[in-house]
Ligand binder design. Structure first.
Ligand code: NZQ
Ligand code: ZN
Length: 388
């Protein structure tokens, strides 16, 4: 097990009606708030009115910026930075999912930086300071409500890139599972897949003696799979929505990666897909992750056997462990199909004519992943498996 420091400053305020506390929580950190949101789901559900009411009740000044698109764009981030500077904003409130939260994080660092905010995403600049931010979460998926990550798409070249720092972890995340009842099935399934992927990026490691976190990872994946199937049949099932929402935060708040070297190759490959073709991140992962697994499983068959056995109850074939490993990958793919997600590029009508370009773009500054280091030819091979 690796040495590690685990801390997570995000205060989680979880449960029914918790959005009414947003004004009081925000008041601890600022007076002039940028209220940041997406394309309209929060207005349709009435959440927008509740949030505004709570902020006004505490005497906070509100400046609004809506219109965040899934796979959030750099141009809106720049608009937000200008607003923050012009209006002397001292706190950013993201009401929505990963896209809104990431857009808020990028604005928070850009507003405190003299150069181009994209510098943080190319590695040219390091995050040294950020405006504080808070979250009212409406979709369990990206885990951005308590993560150190931020992913933005630059329309100039359609580069989807990430940056990270403990400084951009939100101060608080308000998580009311009832707010997720309105999610379309497809978004619920995409979210669940993203959460599972966040766990698997940590699970597939070369690190030895990580039995405790192995088991935490396995039980988190099993919980997500079990409750996704229930919620797709019964979208207003509180207990199930609650299990998913909390599991989504734990999947990506750093706990499950403690003491381990994480991978993240599949995520980096997926970002090329959603950057260029604007598909949902979870759908892209449903396509890329099984392809990655098929490409790398021979690197450590025993780890894949453990995954198949403990997560999917596959009986171990001691004479042919590879078949057990492959059966686990097959079971994962069947689960993804069962919840209505694509598992091949063909399923989302992505042709094979730009696979080389994506492989090149993904590896132009570095190799990807840690479990197995992936170079351009490896990424291309994985995309070719994904295209089958
Ligand atoms: O824009 P609105 O109208 O709000 O609609 C959204 C959007 O269309 C809708 N939605 C959200 N909550 C809803 C709802 N519809 C009805 N009822 C609700 N309660 O869902 C759609 C998707 O929203 P989005 O925020 O894009 O989803 P998600 O949370 O999956 O975020 C995806 C983004 O997060 C990034 C992804 O790459 C992607 O850009 N990620 C961020 C990470 C991080 N910061 O740590 C890690 C992840 O691996 C991921 O890369
Ligand atoms: Zn993800």
């Amino acid at each position: 097990m690796q040495n590690f420091i685990f801390d997570n400053k995000t205060t989680i305020i979880f449960g029914k009606d918790t959005q009414s506390q947003v004004g009081l929580e925000t008041k601890k950190y600022g007076k002039t708030v940028l209220l940041h949101f997406g394309g309209g789901s929060i207005k349709a559900s009435g959440l927008y009115d509740e949030v505004v009411h709570s902020l006004k009740k505490e005497g906070l000044k509100i400046v609004e910026l809506g219109g965040v698109k899934p796979n959030p764009r750099l141009s809106l981030v720049k608009e937000g930075i200008k607003l923050c500077i012009d209006q002397k904003i001292d706190f950013i409130l993201a009401v929505g999912g990963g896209s809104v939260i990431d857009s808020a994080k990028a604005i928070a660092i850009g507003a405190k930086y003299e150069g181009d905010v994209w510098d943080f995403f190319t590695g040219k600049a390091e995050i040294k300071v950020s405006l504080p931010l808070g979250v009212v979460l409406t979709i369990p998926a990206a885990g951005s409500e308590a993560s150190t990550g931020c992913v933005i798409t630059n329309e100039d070249g359609w580069y989807k890139r990430s940056c990270g720092s403990v400084l951009i972890r939100p101060q608080y995340a308000i998580m009311n599972p009832v707010l997720t009842y309105t999610l379309p099935s497809y978004q619920t399934a995409c979210g669940a897949t993203d959460m599972i992927a966040h766990v698997m990026e940590r699970y597939f490691t070369n690190e030895l003696d990580v039995d405790f976190t192995d088991h935490l990872c396995e039980v988190t994946i099993k919980t997500i799979m079990k409750h996704t199937k229930i919620v797709l049949k019964d979208p207003s099932h509180y207990a199930t929505r609650a299990e998913l929402m909390w599991a989504g935060t734990i999947a990506h708040n750093g706990l499950l990666g403690t003491g381990r070297i994480e991978d993240w190759g599949s995520h980096d490959i997926e970002h090329e897909l959603s950057g260029i073709y604007d598909i949902a991140h979870g759908a892209g992962l449903a396509i890329v992750f099984p392809a990655w697994m098929k490409y790398v499983y021979k690197h450590d068959v025993n780890r894949f056997v453990q995954f198949a056995h403990r997560v999917f109850n596959v009986d171990i074939d001691f004479n042919n462990p590879e078949s057990t490993a492959l059966e686990g990958i097959h079971k994962l793919q069947s689960f993804l199909s069962e919840i209505g997600l694509p598992t091949s590029l063909k399923d989302v009508n992505i042709p094979s004519d730009r696979l080389e370009e994506m492989a090149k773009k993904a590896t132009e500054s570095n190799s990807l992943g840690n479990f197995v280091k992936l170079h351009e030819k490896d990424v291309l091979a994985i995309l070719q498996i994904a295209a089958e």
